[in-house]
Design a protein around this ligand. Structure first.
Ligand SMILES: [Cu+2]
Length: 236
């Protein structure tokens, strides 16, 4: 309907112009409509943007201001109060808990020092020598019966035959320092400075001499002491 009017209007200008005008006119209308829609859309957006917050704000203010604000304040106030006490309470228990843990840790630390004091095995840092424990028709013996090692070395006693054998030191023959070190370094002591019994071939028992002061140390096999199963370890 609008087209005829435009046709009429532009017909006065000319055919070519009419065609152009038609296009331009239709384009103009189209653009105008688009612009109008765009303006409406923008206006709506702006309005909603402003009024959106405004409305909720107003709604909140009007309706919720009493409700939300007051409850919010009340709730919020109790919340902080609750949280504060809760946090305080929890923090307080947590703190004690942590403190308790801390004491536990020290206790463990105390145990650790106690362990070394009681005897934490000093690891072998040098060579591990082998001494066989033999019992046969030629008697019971350590092979070699005498061995010289360096500080930090260890000895692995291997059960070969004629067991049970063990490795034992006479505490009376040891300095306090050597006794303390060997007490710490001899695992699974059946008695003071008396190593566990080795019953089967290829069982072994390793003693670290780390921390054992230089010197010569006599030892023996408890079951075969009377049969002369003795040895000597010299720590350089
Ligand atoms: Cu023996």
């Amino acid at each position: 309907m609008a087209t005829p009017e435009r046709d009429t209007v532009y017909t006065n200008d000319g055919t070519n112009r009419t065609a152009v005008t038609r296009e331009s006119s239709s384009t103009g209308w189209f653009v105008g409509i688009i612009v109008a829609l765009a303006l409406l859309a923008i206006g709506y957006l702006v309005f909603s943007a402003n009024s959106g917050p405004a409305v909720p704000a107003n709604s909140v203010n009007v309706t919720n201001t009493p409700a939300v604000t007051a409850p919010a304040d009340i709730t919020t106030t109790p919340a902080p109060m609750t949280e504060a006490p809760a946090t305080g309470t929890q923090t307080t228990p947590m703190a004690p808990a942590t403190d308790s843990m801390a004491p536990v840790a020290p206790a463990t630390d105390s145990m650790a020092p106690a362990a070394p004091a009681a005897g934490a095995m000093a690891p072998i840092t040098g060579t591990t020598h082998t001494v066989n424990m033999v019992g046969d028709g030629q008697g019971y013996r350590f092979e070699p019966a005498e061995i010289t090692i360096k500080a930090g070395d260890g000895i692995k006693f291997v059960m070969v035959s004629g067991g049970p054998h063990n490795v034992a030191f006479d505490p009376a023959t040891l300095s306090a320092e050597a006794k303390t070190a060997l007490l710490a370094n001899m695992p699974e002591q059946a008695g003071e400075l008396s190593g566990k019994m080795l019953l089967n071939a290829n069982e072994d028992y390793t003693v670290s001499f780390a921390g054992v002061p230089a010197g010569s140390y006599d030892y023996f096999c408890t079951p075969h002491l009377a049969m002369g199963m003795k040895g000597k370890i010299t720590v350089q």
